[in-house]
Design a protein around this ligand. Structure first.
Ligand code: SF4
Ligand code: SF4
Length: 347
């Protein structure tokens, strides 16, 4: 018999389908607004809202109320839909990029041009900066006495993959020297060789995220045209051998024009290797919209709530069958859960 989906999860999926919310009185928010410097949400402002006791959602703020059906009333702690009170929610503090984690982007520039990513598009507007190890430890120390439970590191690739991996290793080592084993460390590098993964593991990283992005090779070759599909999968598989089960995760984007079954096949293949996917709704950041639609013949589309629930339900079944456990992740997206419907947590 099919398990019933909790109503609050269906509501989270509806919020994710839109991905946006309007806040009328920003000054009434108890915590600051988060501004992303990496990945598809680069340059966008967002807030995290707790729905019920456990569900967490990250929503991008719109500038005008007419751009989204959802409004957050911080005073009454409620999400309104089409002006009607819809769901109680309270804002959660984002420490550095997300709640309870310091998730830092070590390099704000990237020489690649993944079509769903806004990082390369805004880099000319900001000064290039690489966070040095001592700066990272200083930043993490500043939030260490708050609700910090983990550190996570991502990076653009300014020069070469090996240089950015070496830099990431130096940061991991510095964090280990400073915090010992108190703080789990997750890393999200771009890797091309097995030795890159070994280096990060030897430096002391606990968990790693290597993104598959699309399990459809044709779509992958369009959206990540500078990378090799087979080699990328090989890296994900190798990472599972080095880091072990329940320590490797990977984004598979939903909404790039892929077939429905491709998503589930991707999640299943990864699970077979001991890797847990984050089935990530495509973020149609206005900065990337045009290039993405051109690349995908206008097939890019944010997934519906129904699609998100369907794939997460199937994913849960796959993970249960393979004996994998999302709850074991201590860092990055599977710990945070703000952007996805996460099996074994949301449903
Ligand atoms: S490697 Fe691709 S996804 Fe990563 S920051 Fe660079 S352009 Fe974006
Ligand atoms: S789910 Fe991942 S990308 Fe989304 S806010 Fe959390 S850590 Fe960031």
């Amino acid at each position: 018999m099919q398990e019933e989906i909790p109503k609050i999860t269906v509501m989270k999926a509806e919020l994710l389908e839109k991905g946006t919310i309007f806040v009328k009185e920003v000054k009434e928010l108890p915590f600051h607004i988060d501004r992303s410097t990496a990945g598809p949400s680069t340059g966008q402002n967002s807030i995290f809202l707790r729905l019920g006791q456990e569900r967490l959602v990250r929503l991008t703020l719109t500038q005008k109320q007419s751009e989204t059906p959802y409004t957050y009333d911080a005073k009454r702690k409620v999400i309104k839909k089409d002006e009607e009170e819809w769901l109680p929610a309270r804002q959660v503090e984002s420490l550095l990029h997300c709640p309870e984690q310091a998730f830092l982007n070590l390099d704000s520039n990237c020489k690649y041009h993944c079509k769903f990513c806004a990082t390369p598009l805004i880099q000319s507007h900001i000064n290039h900066r690489t966070l040095q190890p001592q700066v990272v430890t200083r930043i993490v120390k500043r939030v260490a006495n708050k609700s910090l439970t983990a550190v996570a590191l991502t990076t653009g690739v300014f020069s070469t993959p090996i240089d950015s991996v070496k830099h990431m290793c130096q940061v991991v080592e510095a964090l280990r020297r400073e915090f010992g084993d108190r703080l789990p460390i997750g890393v999200e590098p771009y890797v091309e060789e097995e030795k890159h993964i070994d280096m990060l593991y030897d430096a002391g990283a606990d968990e790693i995220k290597i993104n598959v992005e699309s399990f459809d090779p044709q779509i992958y070759s369009k959206v990540c045209s500078e990378f090799n599909y087979q080699n990328n999968l090989k890296m994900v598989r190798y990472a599972a051998k080095v880091f072990g089960e329940n320590r490797v995760c990977s984004n598979i984007i939903i909404g790039l024009g892929e077939k429905e079954e491709t998503i589930d096949q991707g999640a299943e293949t990864l699970a077979h290797w001991g890797v847990i996917a984050s089935l990530r709704p495509l973020n149609l950041n206005p900065l990337i919209m045009q290039q993405l639609q051109q690349t995908l013949n206008n097939k890019a589309q944010r997934p519906t709530a129904q699609r998100l629930i369907k794939h997460a339900t199937k994913h849960k079944q796959i993970l249960n069958e393979k004996g994998l456990d999302v709850n074991k992740f201590k860092t990055m997206c599977l710990k945070c859960t703000g952007c996805d419907i996460v099996p074994q947590k949301d449903l």
